[in-house]
Design a protein around this ligand. Sequence first.
Ligand code: K7E
Ligand code: CUA
Length: 617
Amino acid sequence: MSRFNRSACAGVIALVFLAGVAIQCTPSQPASRRGGAAVQSDVALAAQKTYVAPGDLDTYYMFASGGHSGQVYVYGIPSMRHLASIPVFTPYPATGYGFDDDSKKMLGDLTWGDVHHPALSETKGDYDGRWLFINEMNGRIARIDLRDFKTKQILGPVPNLHGNHASSFVTPNTEYAMMATRFSRPVPQRPVGVDKYATEYKGIIAGVKIDPKSGEMSLAWQILMPPFDYDLGDAGKLASDGWMFFSSYNSERAIGKLEVTASQRDQDYIAAVDWRAAEKAIAEGKGDTIAGVKVLDPQKVPGIVYLMPCGKSPHGVDVSPDGKWIIGSGKLQGVTTAFNFEKMQTAIRNKDFQGEEDGIPVLKYASIKDAEVQVGLGPLHTQFGPDGWAYTSLFVDSAIAKWKLGTWEVVDKAPMSYSIGHLSAAEGDTVSPDGNYLVGLNKLSHGRHLSVGPSQPESSQLLDITEEKMKLLYDAFTEPEPHYAQIIKADKIKTIEVYPKEENKHPLAIWDIKDAGVSRNGKKVTVKMIVVRSTFTPTAFEVQAGDEVTVAITNIEQTTDELHGFGLLDYNINLVIDPGETKTVTFTAKKGGVFAYYCTNFCSALHQEMQGYMIVK
Ligand code: K7E
Ligand code: CUA
């Protein structure tokens, strides 16, 4: 509460300050351009609402996909300040990620990844602030621990599934994160010409089981699907708990220029997966083992998946907070469809089918739809607020439409600059969305920021959605490419300040300077090192050319933010060790001579003195 009061006071100061600026600006900014007094007061109000005073903190975290940077970016809302970059699928020298033995091993041979959809862990359909999952196109999924904002596990590349786009959506109690194929290919993988695409290529939907205590992910099962391009997904909740929905395009099973060949039919599909039935089938021993994975074929195991016809080339598919409706549409349509989960169940019971695809029943569109909502052109994704409010991004119209579940009435539209893709609402994928804030994640932002050359800085726009009309508050730079983001209440995340000494179980950890030093076993050399303000112990060590050297560094600090780096020149090594942490790096001392190591992370007034030498004889 006091935080809010302080913010409000600071906001008033900002307002006064801004009014001053506005007056000074008047001569160079004609009133016609600024729209006069009304606009100025709107601007001042928007500034007040996004102003987080020095010393004050944001009320939400936003976790945004970093696209093919392979990272996740963390923002504060409402300030839209960039708080942190979390490296996931790519090395990042700033945190030493991808340089020490453990993270290097986790990355494997792939040093890039294209991340799309972050998914916060949930308990009873609400974000619980424990983990963040994120998918990647090379068939992988990662878990970030929200205690320390670090990547702890990368699962994959998983077999059979290629181009993991429709991922990493979690179920309401984080039983599963999901994966699905964007680029169908032969299953099992083998060289088959594209002329056999329609029959020999297959899609895969996969369930990744998550350990409720540790968050450890393991591949549980896969479902063999027709060769469509699976695009996005969302888990059923409350009324539809136990189901998972995936949009797909290219029901034509076409190849070549998909923009033409995959747009022949008027409708594509949303695949509805009964994941509990899949789980049960696996438990009963059904499924064939392909490339070491249990794969369920819907021809042999009926009842685990159904297809819902949907406008052609759908993108997003989103389940309403109460789980009663599934929202999806063709991405070039002017309407979005609200499918009724109850009607879908009735249609399944009554075998109200209009056909089948590779043995999977296709439900009748007319039997399962409740409404076609007139949202506007190019509906992509829908997010939710409290009281049945829904917000749909419109790529073609470059706007957001606000509408109501149940009455299907569109009540407001907010223009976006420009060409919005995903959008993200505060706690927007939960059973109890907050409202308050909505962020439009724009795809093509031109002229919203100072020019930096041919690549225009991306812009995400923060909207106030507390009132009937949506109000634009702020244009923030977001690192490309923010495909999707999730916004969680800040007080749900409990971070640690240091790694407690008692919890450090690393076999090479040492806490006493007298234990530091070099030991040799044949050609293997282990250097146990301690870092603490502002010295490396040892400050020098010798090895023989050709030795396999492991440097194990323990940061014995127990003070928050006392990180130390270990940059070893000419050897392409830079670790960052947090307080209480032990990290190792193993390399062959190929180059002879003298090589300095130094602390790369500012730690004290004597940070510059924190250095040492490796001598390779
Ligand atoms: Cu860019 Cu979800 Cu991969 Cu939509 S995705 S806009
Ligand atoms: Cu240790 Cu800088």
